[in-house]
Write a protein that binds this ligand. Structure first.
Ligand SMILES: C[S@@+](CC[C@H](N)C(=O)[O-])C[C@H]1O[C@@H](n2cnc3c(N)ncnc32)[C@H](O)[C@@H]1O
Length: 243
């Protein structure tokens, strides 16, 4: 078990430098553009008039993509520099997105229940991730759609180990451990840990995706990115709250 508190983890995420936030402001980074965004948008379907919660919205790139497609978006983000950046983008080019600065485990009243809640790359960043997942599910209408993405727990060091060894290598999977990153800390948990928690919240899993990079995009991507064409860097899960 981790000794990290949500507050300490948020503090780390919330000092992400502006240059990084700007770099990913439009549609995320290469991996999100090719592997996450298309799957999320397909799973969400027609967003016209849908109330959508972007839980842990970071710099707000996904909130803006969803609003572009007709969704009524609330973005929740506790980290200071990320929240400020998202609000600034909304001020400069208003899309009707409401940003709320909050920990998912201590959500203020957000209004009517949501048609869909997305937590993209957020649950691994939260020490009290079960509380965060519960809040996401409870924010939904009965029958509403919850989609979350995580770095695939089986292949978390994909790019770095592929670069080093020309293949994937790992030595531990079953423990919970910290994964320090340049902008914040993530926590490794197993696939079954995530799925069983979702099931215990009364959700019905409707789709599990492990997207791979198509070879053409791999050729245009960063060095050694062909690893992403052979092994899945992300796990994307869609589930419905019980009706
Ligand atoms: C890897 S970033 C992903 C951000 C965004 N969803 C995206 O895909 O670009 C992880 C995010 O989780 C947020 N986060 C960490 N702890 C949180 C908590 N307790 N409640 C809500 N968000 C949290 C961080 O501040 C950060 O914005």
């Amino acid at each position: 078990m981790t000794e990290w508190t949500n507050e300490a983890a948020i503090q780390r995420w919330g000092s992400m430098p502006r240059a990084v936030l700007e770099q990913m402001a439009h549609d995320g980074d290469f991996a999100k553009r090719h592997l996450i965004n298309p799957v999320l948008l397909r799973m969400l379907g027609d967003l016209t008039g849908q109330r959508v919660l972007d839980a842990g919205c970071g710099n707000g790139y996904l909130s803006r993509m969803l609003a572009d497609r007709g969704a009524l978006v609330v973005g929740v983000e506790p980290g200071q520099s990320l929240f400020d950046f998202a609000v600034e983008q909304e001020t400069v080019a208003p899309q009707g997105i409401r940003y709320v600065q909050a920990d998912l485990c201590a959500l203020p009243e957000l209004g009517a229940p949501f048609d869909a809640v997305i937590a993209s790359m957020v649950l691994p960043a939260v020490p009290d991730w079960t509380g965060a997942m519960r809040a996401c599910v409870h924010a939904l209408k009965p029958g509403g759609l919850f989609v979350f993405t995580v770095n695939h727990p089986c292949f978390e060091q994909l790019w770095t180990t592929w670069r080093e060894h020309g293949q994937y290598r790992t030595s531990r999977y079953l423990d919970e451990y910290e994964i320090p990153g340049p902008s914040g800390v993530d926590f490794h948990r197993t696939v079954s840990t995530y799925l069983n928690q979702l099931i215990s919240l009364g959700c019905h899993v409707t789709e599990v995706a492990e997207p791979g990079l198509d070879p053409e995009s791999a050729a245009d991507g960063p060095e050694d990115i062909e690893a992403y064409a052979h092994l899945p860097n992300f796990l994307i899960v869609a589930a419905r709250r019980a009706a």
